[in-house]
Design a protein around this ligand. Structure first.
Ligand code: AMP
Length: 170
C-alpha cells in the first residue's frame, strides 16, 4: 500500500519556511496505519534480536511501542528535558528548527543491550544522533534506526552510525 497520500504537507509550521510532514492522516486511517506497521516490521531485524526499542518524543512513541511489541523487545521513551520522572542522563541536540536537550532514564538500557531507534521523521538527524549518544553512554549498541519519513535533501543519515531504514523519502 502506498502511504504517500496519507502524509500531509503543512507549510510554515511550526515556523516560516518549514514544510511540516503531518502523519496524523496516516494514523487516522485504519488500513494505512496497519500497512505502515507491517512495512516497518518488514525492514526491522528479526524478533528476538533487539532488546529495547527507543521511541523519540513524541510522535516516535506511536510506532515505537508497536514495533517493540512485535519484536518481543522492551520500549523506552527518549523525552525532552524535564519530562522523565526518575534519574536521567541528558544530551544537547540541534533541530531543523532550534535546539534542545533530550533525556533518557539512567536505568533504561543495560550494558551490551541491542537497541533499535524509531522516530516519525528523519530531518537533519540531530535528534536521532543525540539519541544514539544517549544509548551509547549507557553501554547499549544501536543496531538500526528506522523512520516513517526521510527528508533526503537534509542528509540526516550521514550523521548516524548504524543502518537506517525508512518507508517514504522526500
Ligand atoms: P532532526 O533532528 O532535524 O532530524 O529532526 C527530527 C525531529 O523533528 C523529529 O522528531 C521530527 O518529528 C521533527 N521534524 C523535523 N523536521 C520535520 C518536518 N519537516 N516535518 C515533521 N517533523 C519534523
Amino acid at each position: 500500500m502506498n502511504l504517500q497520500p496519507y502524509i500531509q504537507d503543512i507549510p510554515d509550521f511550526p515556523k516560516k519556511d518549514i514544510i511540516f510532514k503531518d502523519i496524523t492522516p496516516l494514523f487516522k486511517n485504519q488500513q494505512a496505519f496497519q500497512s505502515a506497521v507491517e512495512q516497518l516490521i518488514a525492514i526491522c531485524p528479526e524478533p528476538g534480536s533487539i532488546d529495547k526499542v527507543i521511541g523519540i518524543e513524541s510522535r516516535g512513541f506511536i510506532m515505537g511501542s508497536i514495533i517493540a511489541n512485535r519484536l518481543n523487545a522492551g520500549f523506552v521513551p527518549v523525552r525532552k528535558q524535564g519530562k522523565l520522572p526518575a534519574e536521567v542522563i541528558s544530551q544537547k541536540y540541534d533541530l531543523e528548527y532550534g535546539s534542545a536537550i533530550l533525556e533518557i532514564h539512567k536505568d533504561a538500557i543495560q550494558e551490551g543491550e541491542r537497541v533499535l531507534i524509531h522516530d516519525d521523521v528523519l530531518a537533519t538527524g540531530g535528534t536521532a544522533k543525540a539519541t544514539q549518544a544517549l544509548i551509547e553512554k549507557l553501554g547499549g549498541t544501536v543496531v538500526q534506526f528506522n523512520f516513517l519519513i526521510e527528508l533526503v535533501f537534509l542528509k540526516g543519515r550521514e550523521g548516524l552510525n548504524a543502518p537506517v531504514g525508512t518507508l517514504l523519502t522526500y
